[in-house]
Design a protein around this ligand. Sequence first.
Ligand code: NAD
Length: 486
Amino acid sequence: MKELLECKHFINGQWINAQTTEQQAITNPSTGETISWSPLNGNKDVDDAVSSAAKAFEEWRDTPVTKRAQIMYRYKQLLEKNIDELSRLVTLEHGKNVIEARGSVGRGIEVVDLACSLPAVFKGETLHNVGGGVDYETRRFPLGVCAGITPFNFPAMIPLWMFPIAITCGNTFVLKPSPQTPLTSIRLVELLDEAGLPKGVINVVHGGKEAVDALLEHPQVQAVSFVGSTPIAKYIYQTGTNAGKRVQSAGGAKNYALLTQDAPVKETVDALIASAFGSAGERCMAMSIVIGTDDVIDKFLPHIRNAAAELTVGPTFGDETPDMGPVISQEHLERIQNYITSGIEQGAKLILDGRKHDIINPSNGFFIGPSIFDHVKPNMRIAQEEIFGPVLCVMRVADFDAAMEQINTSPYGNAAVIFTNNGACAREFRNRAQCGMIGVNVGVPAPMGLFPFSGWNDSFFGDLHVQGREGIDFYTKKKVVLNRWF
Ligand code: NAD
């Protein structure tokens, strides 16, 4: 752990110090203590990492896919063996409780499962005797050096969305984790190294915008996978594609949950509470707006409010598993508090104030309890902007059509869910919601690794999403071969 907390780059199979003294504190959000320093490096380290990946690509591309997948089998075993340690690291640097952290590592391992099965899906297509003795076939080829840029909120799961598939497809990889939560990435890569990956196939460089820009500008980087906030996602997509790279770029979200009168109360409330306040609301799949007609809201809201008021909030270190841990930083805490002030000023009714919530043993951590606003109007900032914290907005509308219209005014398009017992309503919702991930009686409709994580609109820029077959398509290019023998 001591060694780990040093936060080094991983280049050409070696853990090395950054060539810079500029650094950013990595904080345990439960205590406010600095646990390490994340280097903010310049072009030099990025260039070394990309060169190492480019060199490794020459052999790795020709390593049989079955052999590449064997490394992933060993990696999966190592991840499972070390899941407790990985989960505690996620908790240490992000603050979500260890149960949520473990769940998130498990979701990442699902993508490694997909990578293990890659030889089966990697096969091309053939069409025998198309005419004149000609046979057609398609073959997949890796792209070369791929880069991954990840956000703070899922330090294990999101890097695992990217590099296991990229590498098993025959690419080499440079990971640039969030400077706020880079320690889990380091451990993930240590374990991949232990699984027997040749040196240079995976590399890690730390840093902020300057490291990202160096990757986007580097002529040897062929593809960029990004997950983070919408303004940066848009920037990455535009800059990367302008430089001729393949880019998949996932952004922020503002997700709606539509309730109907006949939805089962307990199951709906439990799912909504977990969705809105799990991981302290720092999830791109969190349902942050509940929408429904007056009668439905009046029926459900007292239950939602009571359940939220009972959530325990406090530090998540050791074996402590409060329902909600801290948010990521003091700055983010203040941002959330400002949104609460703005909601009040713009006339929404604060029916649960997270600023007054009891915090168990708060020390100097970044804590805020769950907040709920009723009577939120579409023009309010709390309705329009991603808060990324434990603040649930409630909107009242005239009918189902008005709810659909409101949901579809959102510039985002990550997810939307409906809670109902009415199949026709569910079907209509599924068809009309302009979002890429839909839940029917599911609070967090995050797809497992076999399916694409398919945000729309301002929640995603690009064509091929992470995970599933789209993930494989993103990291490969196809060649069509026409064979004729005389
Ligand atoms: P962020 O956009 O601030 O940072 C993401 C990454 O981009 C980090 O590695 C960071 O170092 C880098 N970065 C930051 N500013 C940059 C700049 N100006 N130029 C180039 N690179 C820059 O996001 P965050 O705060 O770490 O994460 C939270 C956001 O991520 C939320 O908006 C959340 O919705 C989103 N998110 C989306 C998904 C999804 O699948 N759509 C999943 C998780 C998180």
